[in-house]
Write a protein that binds this ligand. Structure first.
Ligand code: CO
Length: 132
């Protein structure tokens, strides 16, 4: 059974947006900068999943580009899988495009991969296999 690991939300300022999520009763479980993606990330657990707030740290960050095009808001949904390579193989075999041929290192030792936006029908989908 798949789980939704997190829902990614693009924000201009973590500090500014955290006020809202804190007022909703959520708490930050971890905050880190992911240099390879040029983002600062705050994770906020909610029952069964997490909200991932993403603030760009450079104008050429993928999140800065997304905010430029569509404004702040929902950015991606991340499905947690047990075997990311197997899921990537299934998607490729079914004719869907991925953004990378190999999983990439994600937060906390996880491995991640994004589907090509053209394959998502307007939904950007991330896969993640957590570290065990
Ligand atoms: Co994500």
């Amino acid at each position: 059974m798949q789980a939704i690991n997190h829902i990614g939300i693009a924000v201009k300022s973590l500090e500014e947006r955290l006020a809202l999520y804190r007022a909703l009763g959520l708490e930050v479980s971890g905050q880190e900068e992911v240099a390879s993606q040029k983002v600062k990330v705050a994770m906020l657990p909610v029952r069964g999943t997490q909200i991932e707030l993403l603030e760009p740290t450079a104008p050429d960050s993928p999140i800065a580009v997304a905010i430029e095009k569509r404004g702040e808001g929902l950015h991606h949904i991340c499905f947690e899988v047990e075997d990311i390579r197997a899921t990537m193989g299934q998607l490729k075999a079914a004719g869907f495009q991925l953004l990378s041929d190999e999983p990439r290192p994600g937060a906390h030792g996880s491995q991640v991969c994004f589907l090509h936006p053209k394959s998502g029908g307007g939904v950007l989908i991330e896969l993640c296999q957590p570290a065990h």
